[in-house]
Write a protein that binds this ligand. Structure first.
Ligand code: SF4
Length: 286
């Protein structure tokens, strides 16, 4: 009998979606469900781990194993899941406030360990769940509830940071272009190693609906002239200030993954000596 072909509908859940009408995160959810269908991922073989924030509710909206975890800690939990079950596809998801503020430490160290996971960040330049405070990616000078005279700080550049840290796949999408975003998530998932997909995903409530138009006007889709294997070209793209790059910015294959390195260490330990029992083997790794 032919196996049943999964569609995006198979990744929907009955959990009520509580996002504001028009929130950019709807586009990201659709793109993730379409990507899962494109990859024909059995729901029981997919894990979605999120942190805390509006966007982190996404773990409950996808028919898969899910963990709406703690603030800024999606990445170590996702990496741990991948280590325990390397056969599973693991997606981490969250917002800029979650991942690029309290979660920066984990962002840095997860990138250098290169687990084979995909991190989808819904970057809306604001803290939405806590009602509109300045976030690490809020543009300089922007008025928010916590910066009534304008943001005095320069924003963090997650693309440039990931590149400097040695991320092996870096892309940027827009929740207003679901098809393009779906393709980026598919490519990121197929990539063997840590993949960052930063998504411009407007918060219509605290930054206004015009944010969609701003990204549409400033968005520049990378074409064949851009070589994602060229670090210098990727670096130049991450420094754009007048345009918003959309597409795969950087990609390098063949870098050992966290779970690959762990498996190699396990094999070496097994070669060194024999064990009486699994318990004894576990003790060696404690
Ligand atoms: Fe989306 Fe902003 Fe509403 Fe949160 S507050 S659900 S980010 S529109």
């Amino acid at each position: 009998m032919e196996p049943v072909k999964l569609t995006a509908k198979d990744y929907k859940t009955s959990v009520p979606i509580v996002w504001c009408p028009g929130c950019g995160d709807f586009g990201v959810l659709n793109a993730m469900q379409q990507a899962a269908a494109e990859l024909q991922l059995p729901p029981e073989n997919l894990m979605v781990v999120s942190g805390i924030g509006c966007s982190s509710r996404i773990a409950g909206y996808i028919n898969s194993f899910g963990f709406n975890s703690i603030h800024g800690r999606a990445l170590p939990i996702a990496a741990g899941a991948k280590l325990a079950r390397p056969d599973m596809t693991v997606w981490a998801a969250g917002g800029d406030g979650d991942g690029y503020s309290i979660g920066t430490n984990h962002f840095v160290h997860t990138i250098r360990r290169n687990p084979d996971i995909t991190y989808i960040v819904m970057d809306n330049h604001i803290y939405g769940l806590t009602k509109g405070q300045v976030s690490p990616t809020t543009p300089h000078g922007d008025v928010t509830k916590s910066t009534p005279q304008g943001n005095p700080e320069r924003p963090l550049n997650p693309l440039a940071l990931a590149l400097e840290l040695g991320a092996t796949f870096i892309a940027q999408g827009f929740s207003g272009n679901v098809k393009h975003l779906r393709d980026l998530i598919v490519q990121a998932t197929r990539h063997k190693g840590f993949a960052l997909v930063n998504v411009k995903s407007p918060c219509v409530t605290f930054r206004g609906r015009q944010e969609f138009n701003v990204i549409r006007e400033r968005g520049e889709y990378l074409d064949e002239k851009h070589d994602p294997s060229d670090w210098n070209q990727a670096h130049e793209v991450t420094q754009w200030t007048d345009k918003v790059p959309l597409g795969v910015i950087y990609k390098i294959e063949g870098v050992p993954t966290l779970e690959g390195v762990a498996e190699e260490a396990r094999q070496k330990a097994l070669e060194r000596r024999s064990f009486e029992s699994t318990t004894e083997l576990i003790e060696v790794f404690r």
